[in-house]
Design a binder for this molecule. Structure first.
Ligand SMILES: [Mn+2]
Length: 269
């Protein structure tokens, strides 16, 4: 049996595939009623009262926080790992440290996903930006390690960013950062666009997989599209994966229905 998690946003969010965005109370009600073990929180500002209340109330309801996603800093504020401006790098680092602080009591993963930003300009500039991202994640990981928190790099498809699209590319990035508390977060929606074989890519990632998001080909709940999840779960069992199956999905036809579809599918695996 795998543990289950659903990705929500305590505050309204520009990033679409999140359940109950802006309504953390309904999110926690649904998670508890449907029998999820955890929520995965997408966070812009960790000091946001909605985030603080959601975090506190999750504890009261005996839910866990599996992971904290950080892409909103890029999608809403334009702050990214590749930012040229040292002032923005500093702001982002301060915020990422506060997010690590938020994750620490839960032992939750901090996701390096959309916050990576994009590469732009000449080839030389792109190389500099890439190295800036490696150095930033190394600093975050060092801080996170002092609090026993691990970071996870999520490969994201080519239509959303222009680097670290595949599991291989993310694995290379992770080896360049060279931190013991840094692993992979494969999201099957992105894998379906980028990988030659979903099962082979997941197998090649093996033990470095710390967290997974099972999202179907159309970004709906697992079971609503055409990804072969049975095959992928077999691979997770091969390397004795003990983490969560997390639903980071579009709130369609509505958040509650999507959350129910996902957990029913997870339970049947
Ligand atoms: Mn994802």
């Amino acid at each position: 049996m795998f543990r289950t998690s659903m990705a929500i946003s305590p505050s309204p969010a520009e990033f679409a595939p999140l359940l109950f965005a802006g309504d953390w109370k309904a999110a926690l009600d649904a998670a508890a009623d449907l029998g999820y073990d955890a929520i995965e929180m997408s966070v812009r500002d960790p000091a946001d009262p909605a985030v603080v209340s959601c975090d506190t109330e999750a504890r009261h309801r005996e839910l866990q926080v599996s992971a904290i996603a950080t892409g909103q800093s890029f999608y809403s504020d334009g702050w990214s790992l590749t930012a040229d401006d040292p002032g923005i790098q500093k702001l982002l680092e301060r915020r990422m440290r506060r997010i690590v602080d938020l994750a620490a009591p839960w032992g939750a993963f901090v996701v390096i996903g959309g916050v990576r930003g994009t590469l732009s300009g000449s080839d030389g500039e792109r190389v500099d930006q890439y190295h800036r991202a490696v150095a930033a994640v190394r600093r975050y990981a060092e801080y996170a390690r002092s609090l026993d928190v691990s970071l996870v790099v999520e490969p994201i498809n080519r239509y959303e960013t222009n680097y670290l699209n595949t599991i291989d590319e993310a694995a290379r990035f992770i080896s360049e950062v060279d931190a013991v508390n840094l692993g992979l977060l494969p999201d099957t929606f992105h894998m379906n666009i980028e990988e030659v074989s979903l099962a082979e890519s997941l197998r090649s990632a093996g033990d470095s997989v710390l967290h997974v998001q099972l999202t179907d080909s159309n970004r709906l709940a697992a079971g609503q599209g055409h990804i072969d999840f049975l095959e992928l779960v077999e691979v997770l069992r091969e390397f004795d994966y003990r983490g969560y199956l997390s639903a980071e999905i579009l709130p369609l036809p509505d958040s509650r229905t999507a959350a129910r579809q996902a957990i029913e599918f997870f339970r049947a695996l």
